[in-house]
Write a protein that binds this ligand. Structure first.
Ligand SMILES: [Zn+2]
Ligand SMILES: [Zn+2]
Length: 343
């Protein structure tokens, strides 16, 4: 089968290649991929600047949906061939460390991920270990966005915690920023989404999806604006989803004393930050990486109930051989969620 392969370490070294179509391991299922999303981290695999274990040659891609076509020998009858599913990117976790045992296997030091270490979903078939059935009313396209929504649920619900009426600022209107805004709204937050001029189409989509306020930080004094909207206090919660240092500085200025700051976007390098503000303002700071099973279950439930319409984020789809065009578009921040379809 043909797959999009990272074939060597370093910047680039990606091409569509013929790859072996292997049977699933005993604890895996083989999934015929129906749709697979391009994630920001796929660009980081391309550029080889992410802090995850990469083992080339490896098929890229980890946000996907499809149909089970083969079961490993240890898979029970609760999973059937023909089931419509999506899968977690965790391909291996040790199962014995403190994090695995407490359900925080996203933090397992031994964790190996589909699309980095194990062959991923930019191919016709993908073998996966941690699977979830798609609700009947969730399409394959929408289902391909489950992983990203689970990241937002983990960051917003599990790591931050929002109370009804909280004034929430989200910085960075990329797909993860928009989903984090929608989850914050589902939790009862009043959400302001901040972006720059080149984000206009993404901000427009967020407005169509009901996000309460949007702010172009290049046109407005966003910090002052947030103070004006909050009686001078600042935001109860900031969710930094851009991974851009200037946005992190701004978010730290925007959050009120004793407010919450969660870092969800990745900078992919050390940045300078006025850490002392955390002391002076008594801010609760947390981080968020990947997701865990309860976040997946909640994400699928939000999709089933229509609370977060993930399909609305999908702006473009490309056949696999047009991957380069799609990656370049995504890197230029055109569109919102881009899908690659197997061929
Ligand atoms: Zn991803
Ligand atoms: Zn572990």
């Amino acid at each position: 089968m043909r797959g999009l392969v990272k074939f060597a370490r370093g910047d680039g070294f990606v091409e569509v290649r013929e790859v072996e179509d292997l049977p699933p391991d005993a604890n895996q299922v083989k999934i015929e991929v129906k749709a697979s999303g391009i994630c920001g981290s796929d660009l980081h695999v391309y550029h080889d600047d992410i802090n995850y274990l990469i083992r080339p040659p490896v098929v890229i891609g980890h946000e996907f949906s499809g149909v089970i076509v083969e079961k490993g020998s240890e898979i029970g009858s609760e999973v059937q061939i023909g089931d419509r599913v999506t899968a977690e990117p965790s391909g291996y976790t040790c199962g014995t460390c403190r994090y695995c045992k407490s359900g925080y296997y996203n933090l397992c030091s031994e964790r190996k991920v589909i699309g980095y270490w194990f062959n991923g979903s930019f191919a016709r078939y993908c073998n996966a270990t941690f699977i979830h059935k798609l609700p009947d009313n969730v399409t394959f396209h929408a289902g391909a966005v489950t992983e990203l929504l689970a990241c937002a649920v983990h960051g917003v619900v599990e790591q931050t915690g929002i109370s009804a009426g909280d004034f929430v600022v989200v910085t960075g209107p990329g797909p993860l920023g928009i989903l984090s805004a929608l989850v914050a709204m589902a939790e009862g937050g009043v959400v302001t989404l901040c972006g720059i001029s080149s984000d206009a189409h993404r901000v427009r989509l967020a407005e169509e999806l009901g996000v309460h306020h949007t702010l172009n930080v290049e046109e407005f004094d966003a910090i002052q604006h947030v103070r004006d909207l909050t009686g001078g206090y600042g935001a109860d919660v900031v969710l930094e989803c851009s991974g851009v240092p200037s946005a992190a500085h701004m978010a730290l200025e925007m959050v009120r004393k004793r407010g919450k700051y969660t870092q969800i976007g990745l900078f992919c390098r050390p940045i300078e930050i006025d850490f002392e503000q955390i002391a002076y303002k008594e801010i609760k700071v947390s981080g968020s990486i990947s997701q865990r099973r309860p976040a997946w279950e909640r994400a699928l439930d939000l999709m089933k109930r229509g609370a977060v319409p993930t399909d609305r984020l999908i702006s473009h789809e490309f056949p696999l051989h047009e991957w380069q065009r799609a990656f370049e578009m995504f890197e230029r921040k055109e569109g919102v969620k881009l899908l690659l379809l197997p061929e």
